[in-house]
Design a binder for this molecule. Structure first.
Ligand SMILES: Nc1ncnc2c1ncn2[C@@H]1O[C@H](COP(=O)(O)OP(=O)(O)O)[C@@H](O)[C@H]1O
Ligand SMILES: [Mg+2]
Length: 408
């Protein structure tokens, strides 16, 4: 039988898809945590900030925000919601109204979970006086609370509903001042609003109008966005919806030093040579989700030199990039063609079109979608694959099978 400590050692590395980490699993980020909590504390002084948290997929935004929630839950009502699990998004039926329903439900649900009474908000009365047709939706399963959601008939109805929902957090605060110092609304996977397409601007500007005037409600918008993402300037740029009033915090991958300390503390059984570690860092780019997934696959108590690491990486790449393969499977054949055409080198749109034998104009929608998904980006006049590991996976599949994995 193995001594107990063997069992304990690997358990310190969280799974690569955990959304909430235990104290023991959560590593570092002390600077980010103190920045965020300090900013958010001005909410208690009627000076609630609005913050945009950016960073590439897997870097640790969600676990960080859940951490912030835990730390601030005592004095504040912290509402965490993930736009990507809204029905509107999941059912491929994105609409302003759908997101609004989700937003409204999450707010009520969290208020109930925290034991704040919402019956004094006169929600039902509001719907009644506006003659909304309603359907009941059950939120807050624990308490079996159900709330009415309006069925929207006219543009005018939608406007009233928008007004009601976006004002709700400040309204909840006003009725619960004696119990909380303020409200913090965290919206994760905010980049999903890109799929509102032509309604995107209207959503953002509407939202901004309400958000910036609420002195006791802080908003933290968070999205998997690289620094060159258009959405960042649409939100926080000088001419963006929030003008200069949105603070931006970018979460970076672990540095080489941090990664080394992390593995030394949490994965003591891994024995890297100097080169082996350098290669491990290069393969994972310091992205914590890749670090955790990959490190869990490496053999314990065996010298890990550069070649061992390279081979292990290529052997395990499908596991490491599972989430990217899921995205890949949802693409159409033509969208896959575009990515494959970009494997060898970045291309200008016109060259991409001629490589694919299509008219350049016919690519717009597809290129847009691939950009929204964060799979490609447009830099210096050329399109390029932004997910390097997707590219690597495609290359390896091609090497193994002589054909790209259109269907898997
Ligand atoms: N501070 C951290 N300490 C340990 N592991 C982390 C940390 N941050 C992220 N991870 C790992 O990375 C994974 C992805 O983190 P997540 O917050 O979901 O990324 P993002 O929201 O930026 O896409 C987590 O499930 C966890 O395995
Ligand atoms: Mg996330």
């Amino acid at each position: 039988m193995l001594p107990d400590y063997f069992g304990d050692m690997m358990s310190n590395l969280p799974w690569g898809n955990s959304k909430i980490l235990t104290d023991d699993e959560f590593f570092n980020r002390t600077q980010e945590i103190s920045n965020l909590t300090n900013l958010l504390k001005s909410t208690a002084e009627n000076n609630a900030p609005n913050i945009l948290v950016t960073g590439i997929r897997g870097v640790g935004k969600t676990v960080l925000l859940n951490r912030i929630k835990q730390l601030m839950d005592n004095n504040y009502l912290v509402i965490y919601m993930d736009f990507s699990i809204s029905q509107a998004y999941q059912k491929n039926n994105m609409s302003f109204k759908g997101l609004l329903d989700f937003y409204y439900q999450k707010i009520i649900e969290e208020a109930h979970t925290r034991g704040l009474n919402t019956s004094n908000l006169h929600i039902n009365k509001f719907f009644k006086t506006n003659n909304f047709k309603l359907r009941e939706v059950v939120v807050a399963r624990a308490s079996d609370i159900s709330i009415p959601i309006p069925i929207i008939g006219t543009e005018r109805d939608l406007e009233k509903y928008v007004d009601f929902v976006f004002k709700l957090p400040q309204y909840i605060y006003n009725h619960n001042k004696d119990k909380i110092d303020g409200i913090i609304v965290i919206i994760d996977e905010f980049q999903i609003i890109k799929e509102l397409n032509k309604y995107l601007d209207s959503f953002l500007w509407n939202f901004r109008g309400y958000v910036t005037e609420q002195r006791n409600v802080a908003y933290v918008l968070c999205g998997s966005m690289g620094l060159q993402d258009d959405l960042i300037s649409k939100i926080a740029g000088q001419n963006g919806a929030f003008g200069g009033r949105m603070l931006t915090i970018n979460i970076n991958p672990f540095s080489k030093e941090t990664t080394k300390n992390y593995l030394n503390q949490k994965a003591m059984e891994l024995e890297f040579t100097q080169d082996g570690f350098e290669r491990f860092y290069k393969c994972t780019s310091g992205i914590p989700s890749y670090i955790n997934i990959f490190a869990r696959q490496l053999p314990a108590n065996l010298e890990l030199d550069e070649d061992t690491v390279i081979n292990a990486f290529d052997d395990n790449i499908s596991l490491i990039v599972t989430h990217l393969i899921n995205e890949w499977n949802r693409l159409t054949l033509k969208e896959k063609d575009i990515i494959i055409a970009l494997i060898d080198s970045p291309l200008k749109r016109i060259d991409l079109a001629s490589k694919l034998n299509v008219k350049s104009g016919s690519l717009s929608v597809k290129l847009n979608k691939l950009q929204n998904l964060g799979l490609i980006h447009f830099v210096n006049g050329e399109y390029d694959i932004s997910e390097k590991l997707l590219k690597r996976w495609l290359e390896i599949e091609y090497l193994k099978k002589g054909i790209y994995p259109y269907r898997i």
